[in-house]
Write a protein of this length. Structure first.
Length: 269
């Protein structure tokens, strides 16, 4: 099992500083968001103006890969979170195009997984409408050709305020787009009114990435139950620490990693 971290907690670090801290904390991998002090390339839920198109190129991605490779950190997942249900049609198409560019370049980071959420509108009730879900299905279908061409997986994550408010809706999306290039990021802390047992029973075959938020690195019983269930479903991907802090520091990252590793060893994951 490989343990990584969501790089969003290192937004105020340079790429080099972030890679060094990850390495010193003993991490194996990273879910990489291209949003660092010296590289605001593809911020999470960006607007088009925030995309640095000058750095969305093969050469820059190879440079970033080299930094993490020298630090001994595998780029397991590339973060591509954008608003795929944007109500302004022109903006939605631009968001799709930006994500398409990211997908086309991710192999230069030596990963074949790009993660995203569905995005959301201003009002939660609108997010949960049939119209919003249909817009999401259309957005993902538009990405299938580039996913197939580059042999890349789009791993989608549920989050309760979003259009994909639970993993039943993630499964529905997968069935609608009907492509083996669409899989799942599991994060049990992101949903309400669904047990992790029920979730894994129906999305287990589509698992690509697992997230572990802070509560799961402080409660042994909670963590043990989740990791045991991942083992039952023969999960072999990276487990990503989703530390929601802008500067967790080496000590906190290492503590969370060691906690997770200890429980993983106990359950045999």
């Amino acid at each position: 099992m490989k343990i990584g971290v969501n790089s969003l907690c290192f937004k105020e670090y340079t790429i080099e500083e972030a890679a060094r801290v990850m390495s010193e904390a003993g991490l194996d991998s990273v879910q990489l968001f291209l949003d660092f002090k010296n590289a605001r390339i593809y911020p999470m839920y960006h607007t088009r103006a925030e995309i640095d198109s000058n750095q969305l190129n093969k050469e820059k991605f190879e440079e970033i890969f080299s930094i993490f490779e020298k630090a001994g950190i595998e780029i397991a997942v590339l973060g591509g979170h954008t608003n795929l249900v944007e109500s302004d049609e022109n903006l939605r198409i631009k968001n799709i195009e930006n994500l398409r560019k990211l997908i086309s370049l991710c192999r230069n980071l030596r990963t074949n997984i790009v993660a995203t959420e569905s995005g959301q509108l201003e009002r939660v009730a609108q997010n949960h409408s049939l119209k919003s879900f249909a817009r999401l299905v259309d957005s993902v279908k538009r990405l299938i050709p580039i996913l197939e061409k580059k042999d890349v997986v789009l791993a989608v994550e549920a989050f309760w305020p979003d259009t994909l408010r639970n993993y039943a809706h993630v499964l529905k999306l997968i069935q609608k787009v009907d492509s083996d290039k669409v899989k799942v990021v599991i994060d049990p802390a992101n949903v309400e009114d669904e047990s992790i047992t029920d979730i894994l029973n129906y999305i287990g075959p589509y698992l690509a990435v697992a997230h572990v938020k802070r509560a799961y690195t402080r409660d042994e019983d909670l963590c043990r139950k989740f990791l045991s269930q991942l083992k039952e479903h023969q999960f072999s991907g990276s487990i990503i620490l989703d530390i929601r802090s802008e500067d967790p520091g080496l000590e906190e990252v290492a503590r969370a990693k060691n906690f997770l590793e200890k429980i993983a060893d106990e359950v045999g994951l």
